[in-house]
Design a protein around this ligand. Structure first.
Ligand code: PHE
Length: 409
């Protein structure tokens, strides 16, 4: 298979040891749900863009944020990781977590992948919106393709402190810590960081109110990302639980230096669109976003992105539950559940609602490990027969045997 090529968006890429994109995943590229007419993800995109267009205008009343919603999801390791200071040994780079086309290219794991090049091109205020790809567990809230918006805002000393010439962005200080969390980067003054933090948090609280309604409850938690410091997460209280809504922070100054920007400080955040849409429209299953069914799409036909829409399930068809147990191959450490999930998804497609590891044990005599997975099958638009589920289930077992070296029990 190593001399094979894989064709994506009309270009053939050479496969190598890194290649783990399959044709099922590749079939999602170019669907561009986030800019499809009447799609709920497109409505959320419009709400976010409108908010930034209104909240930040120049002296002539024009929006200052530029919007990029059609950048190719095929990026280099440099874009997705190195340009953002993600260490070479960071777990987010693992083949078990990302879709690599080959050693040089992968499907972006976050829209943050474009931040550095857009900063380099001279932009100070921009949004990047697009599809992102991650290998992950399978359930009603996870799908290997989802959508994000990333936002960056850079400011000069004059923009941040228009009224006070004595205040500076930079100093040659130490990283200061407050209760163990890095309060600021060594090169920044505390005044600059605090003012940026204030604008960032205000902006995001305003965004949360725009998306979820003005009486939404929210809270801030400290976080870490390789590309921001300090970093935070915003959680909103929805349906009786705290939901992680977004990650954000003050951009690591070396990212700006490397992009040729020496006199500015920046904030950035990244937000997932599916999670927002599932909450505000009460969409119960993430697979619905990929539905071509007019019963789904017609509910989001509106010329007004602020229209109040509550999704009404067309019908809930019954689930079919089948288990599969197998012995892992002898080099069990190399086995990743995500490899199995990919096989399940590429054979079962969108009739897979959930896969979970329900049992795991080690046989002391044979020194073999056994995994039992429960696969929940459900079609979004009709009732599945047990016979057709059995057929898919059997194919999954065969493919797992063939490509993962497991032994079905
Ligand atoms: N890229 C991060 C994610 O996908 C979100 C993020 C963006 C955090 C920008 C901080 C700054 O989770």
């Amino acid at each position: 298979k190593l001399d094979a090529t894989i064709k994506i968006l009309g270009t053939a890429y050479q496969c190598d040891k890194f290649t783990n994109v399959n044709s099922k995943i590749a079939s999602h590229i170019g669907k561009n749900l986030h800019i499809s007419k009447d799609h709920p993800l497109s409505l959320v995109r419009q709400k976010v863009v409108d908010y930034f267009y209104k909240a930040f205008v120049n002296s002539r009343g024009n929006p200052v944020f530029a919007v990029f919603d059609n950048l190719s999801p095929i990026v280099t390791q440099e874009q997705n990781f190195d340009s953002l200071l993600v260490p070479k040994d960071h777990p987010s780079r693992l083949k078990s977590d990302c879709y690599y086309i080959n050693h040089d290219y992968l499907l972006r794991a976050h829209t943050t992948a474009h931040d550095s090049e857009l900063i380099k091109s001279g932009l100070d205020n921009f949004l990047v919106i697009g599809d992102v790809y991650r290998r992950d567990e399978i359930d009603r809230t996870h799908y290997p393709v989802f959508h994000q918006v990333d936002v960056v805002r850079l400011k000069t000393r004059e923009q941040l402190f228009p009224a006070d010439e004595s205040l500076e962005l930079f100093e040659s200080g130490n990283n200061t810590t407050n209760t163990g969390i890095q309060e600021k980067q060594a090169c920044h003054t505390l005044e600059a960081v605090k003012l940026m933090e204030h604008e960032l948090k205000n902006t995001l609280e305003g965004l949360a109110k725009t998306l979820f309604g003005s009486d939404i409850r929210f809270r801030w938690t400290d976080s870490t990302f390789p590309f921001t410091q300090p970093s935070w997460e915003l959680e909103v209280h929805y349906n009786n639980q705290w939901l992680e809504l977004l990650g954000c922070g003050i951009l690591q100054q070396p990212i700006l230096y490397r992009a040729g920007v020496l006199n500015k400080i920046g904030w950035a955040f990244g937000l997932g669109l599916e999670r927002v849409a599932m909450c505000i429209y009460q969409i119960p299953d993430i697979r619905l976003f990929w539905s071509q069914d007019s019963g789904f799409l017609s509910q989001f036909k509106t010329s007004d992105p602020n229209a109040k829409i509550i999704y009404k399930p067309v019908s809930q068809y019954p689930q079919c539950i089948n288990d599969i147990s197998f012995w892992l191959p002898d080099n069990a450490q190399e086995f990743s559940s995500n490899d199995f999930y990919d096989i399940v998804r590429s054979i079962g497609g969108d009739i897979i609602e959930q896969v979970s590891l329900v049992d795991e044990f080690f046989h002391p005599k044979t020194k073999k490990t056994s995994h039992c997975y429960r696969i929940v099958y459900r079609h979004m638009e009709r009732t599945l027969t047990q016979a057709e589920v059995n057929q898919v289930h059997k194919k999954i077992a065969m493919q797992a045997t063939k490509s993962l070296g497991v032994t079905v029990r």
